[in-house]
Design a binder for this molecule. Sequence first.
Ligand code: 4AD
Ligand code: MG
Length: 423
Amino acid sequence: MLEFTHISEAQKLVGKEITLSGWVYRKRASGGVTFIVLRDSTGTMQMSIKKDNVDQKSWGDAENTTVESSVTAKGTVKEDKRAPTGYELEVKSFSNISISEPFPITEYQSTELLLDKRHLWIRSQKMANIMKARAFTFEYLREFFASRHFWEVTPPVLTKAGGESGSDMFETDFFGQKAYLTQSSQLYLELVYDIIPSFRAEKSRTTKHLAEYWHLEAEEAYYSNEDNMKLQEDMVEYVCQRLAHDNAELLELLGVDKKSLEVVKAPFKRITYKEALDYLNKHGAHKDWLDDIGTEDEKILTEKENKPIFVYKWPLKIATFYKREDPEDPEFALNADLQAPHGHGEIIGGSEREWNYDKLIKRMKEFKLSEKDYYWYIDLRKYGSIPHSGFGLGTERLIKWMLNLDHIRDAIPFPRMMNRLEP
Ligand code: 4AD
Ligand code: MG
């Protein structure tokens, strides 16, 4: 392996001789000096290559290098106020590892071109910083669940039946049997959680729909929907606070006001489905009882909020089969959606589960679901069924909101959307 120092470490090594390796971010030549801003996974640093200080090969390599070429250089770290980060590598030897062809991405590019060239665009500072924040988000989510004694598990992705509505499943051929890419792992979990991709064949071209997204789902034994909502609040608070407190520099680079995350503390406001419809109808929407709450409605509902809000108590008639009816008010389900502020949309769907065998079978009949396909889920109600709740969080929706991104496609390295299967 090539011995080298990361740029983030280099600044602590003023006066020392080190080797840096990375990609040419910028290049400029003036007289007998070539200035190269080098980029690696940890940052950028200026390097000065003076004709009089280096051998002929190094000088030739520096002259010939191009933007995005991979290079390595040895030199001494100097403090220099004029350099973009205040430090510079005074180079003693320089060589190209691989010269880049003219880079196809320049300053002003269409969104479509950036998506076609995603494998290269991902190198940009903006994308790299978003992906770092995404990595931290996943880390903090796992930290949170470990602290609450939940085990992470890995359920299957190829399944025989869906957990949500049947219309938006990707169908595939499994050795002659019909199979589906999982829409939700919910039915496989119980006092555990997972973070794995879910697939949705929704024909939605909105800024919050992906065909493949990373879904965090948790199921909680003996939790009521009330406990479930508290767990969700605590989880969202935990991630926002960790992101705000431990990543000030990253957030600044991303143009995210730290305060927007610091204010995200439990408890979150709660409104019922009915109150949501009333509010919407008072603010220009035309909603009938049993209508779904769509993207435009979500905007109206959360425009003025700076913390997520729960919309709870949805009519059972429009709830999925596994949601438990409220024993005190059977017209309604014991469920809640969590809406992100400023119209970023629903980030969590959760509910108490129907844990009574007879009631579950009755609900499945209403939904015309085959008991054969769900035999194993029904079995769980036969062998020591327990009251429990759970929820699903769209991690990209969470990231989109926390980083205030315009589009969900930027919250995932290689988005899969209706019209995009590559790169
Ligand atoms: O509301 P959904 O469909 O609920 C479920 O899948 C349940 N089984 C969850 C559970 O209780 N275990 O999806 C849950 C969340 C949504 O709130 C949203 O954040 C995200 O998954 N989501 C999507 N994210 C990106 N693109 C899509 N097409 C999404 N569809 C849902
Ligand atoms: Mg939902």
